[in-house]
Ligand binder design. Structure first.
Ligand code: CAA
Length: 267
């Protein structure tokens, strides 16, 4: 279990210090953004911690739930990151920019690493979203395979309104889910998308009353765990690769995966 995280090559920061909790119950891991008094705002430390959780994920885990404590899923980047002082021990965007091209790139890549692993084929990640999911919060929800929303969920890609671009792996899944035109409209107006619309345009698998969110996540996790693990992994791999392949290539990929399954089951 990931009990501590390393920020760059600086000193170790505990999960609690960056406002995260990580719990494993059998095949289900739960990551909780646990700084409700600051609406679960995220820092470089949060993203490094997420990357470490991914690195150290216990082998038995098949479902990863990402949730936020309190009224909001996450209000996005901690706005202190935009001040010259930044977040104590973590610097700021301004100080990161002065590191120069390569170091700046590495810092953002490290932040993205915290989001990337949530797509791994051997797990299914579920974002449980209530209240606001702004900027980095929306992108964290987009990093997950599936999204269950409470009916008070409010999604907003606020970065362009702040002079920034969404850079935490969110642009591709957004386009994949809602199409280019809708993604342009959502991002470039930085408007808020409510839960009902989110479900309608493909940003959510399910919308439930806030009081039913936890149970809905448990039910989905149970249904996901009912399938064979190796078949689920192979199927997710196939589905993830589908948009980048021709039909013929996809058919060939299906044959390869099925051959491996049949060999494992009956060979
Ligand atoms: N960073 C730091 N602190 C935050 C925060 C944030 N992003 N969002 C909220 N807080 C703090 C508030 O300052 C406040 O703290 P105090 O009690 O100490 O004053 C506390 O959390 C509660 O905030 P609100 O009273 O505003 O809570 P609310 O429930 O009424 O509103 C909200 C919630 C609509 C999310 C509102 O807090 C808000 O708009 N927050 C800012 C959202 C934002 O602009 N985020 C940046 C997105 S861009 C991004 O994320 C960039 C990127 O990836 C590169």
């Amino acid at each position: 279990m990931a009990e501590a995280v390393r920020e760059g090559d600086a000193e170790e920061i505990s999960l609690a210090e960056v406002g995260l909790r990580f719990e494993v119950d059998g095949e289900i891991a739960t990551i909780t953004l646990a700084r409700p008094e600051k609406r679960n705002a995220q820092t470089f430390g949060t993203w490094s911690a997420l990357a470490r959780i991914g690195d150290d994920l216990p082998q038995q885990v098949r479902v990863v739930v990402v949730q936020g404590e309190g009224p909001s899923f996450s209000a996005g980047i901690d706005l202190r990151m935009f001040t010259p002082e930044g977040v104590p021990g973590q610097g700021s965007f301004a100080s990161t920019a002065t590191l120069g091209g390569e170091a700046f790139d590495a810092r953002i890549a490290q932040a993205q690493r915290g989001f990337m692993w949530l797509r791994r084929p051997d797990i299914v990640s579920i974002a449980a979203v209530q209240g606001h999911a702004v900027g980095a919060g929306f992108q964290l929800a987009l990093a997950c395979d599936l999204r269950i929303l409470a009916d008070d969920a409010r999604l907003c890609m606020k970065e362009p309104a702040l002079g920034l671009v969404p850079d935490l792996t969110g642009t591709k899944p957004l386009v994949d889910l809602v199409g280019l035109s809708r993604a342009v409209e959502i991002c470039l107006t930085a408007r808020t998308v409510g839960a009902e619309e989110a479900a309608r345009i493909g940003l959510a698998e399910l919308v439930v009353a806030p009081g039913d969110l936890a149970q809905a996540v448990r039910d989905l996790a149970a249904a996901l765990l009912a399938t064979d693990r190796d078949a689920a992994t192979a199927t997710k791999r196939l589905l993830q690769g589908a948009s980048g392949r021709t039909l013929e290539e996809q058919c060939a990929a299906e044959r390869r995966e099925q051959m491996a399954r049949i060999t494992a089951l009956f060979g």
